[in-house]
Design a protein around this ligand. Structure first.
Ligand SMILES: [Zn+2]
Length: 110
């Protein structure tokens, strides 16, 4: 019984003499895919899509401000998770607010 279980690997080991070269090629260690991933990605959801906000009002500057960094820079889509359509609207609103001096273009580092 024990021999039968190991039978799958036995012929390859025994047939070293005649077919040495092809066997060596075939026996190259193939790394199996380990099921675990290093980190799990969490799905980012667009805030504005979730709340079904169609157009962003530049006058709602407190909301618009939440998409900027402390220094005044616009946060990227990669960070906030907004969709392309809403990111375009946010940038427009931020730039409008900057022009109206509601939001700063930049703030000095402390
Ligand atoms: Zn969206």
């Amino acid at each position: 019984m024990a021999e039968e279980t190991t039978n799958t690997q036995a012929p390859a080991a025994q047939a070293t003499a005649p077919a040495a070269a092809p066997a060596a090629r075939g026996e190259r260690p193939v790394r199996p895919f380990m099921g675990k991933r290093r980190f799990e990605s969490r799905r980012k959801v667009c805030k504005l899509c979730a709340e079904k906000m169609d157009n962003i009002d530049y006058k709602n500057f407190q909301f618009v401000k939440s998409f900027t960094m402390e220094s005044g820079k616009i946060l990227s889509r990669r960070i906030t998770g907004t969709c392309a359509k809403h990111q375009r609207q946010i940038t427009k609103a931020i730039k409008r607010d900057r022009n109206l001096a509601i939001l700063p273009y930049s703030l000095p580092k402390k």
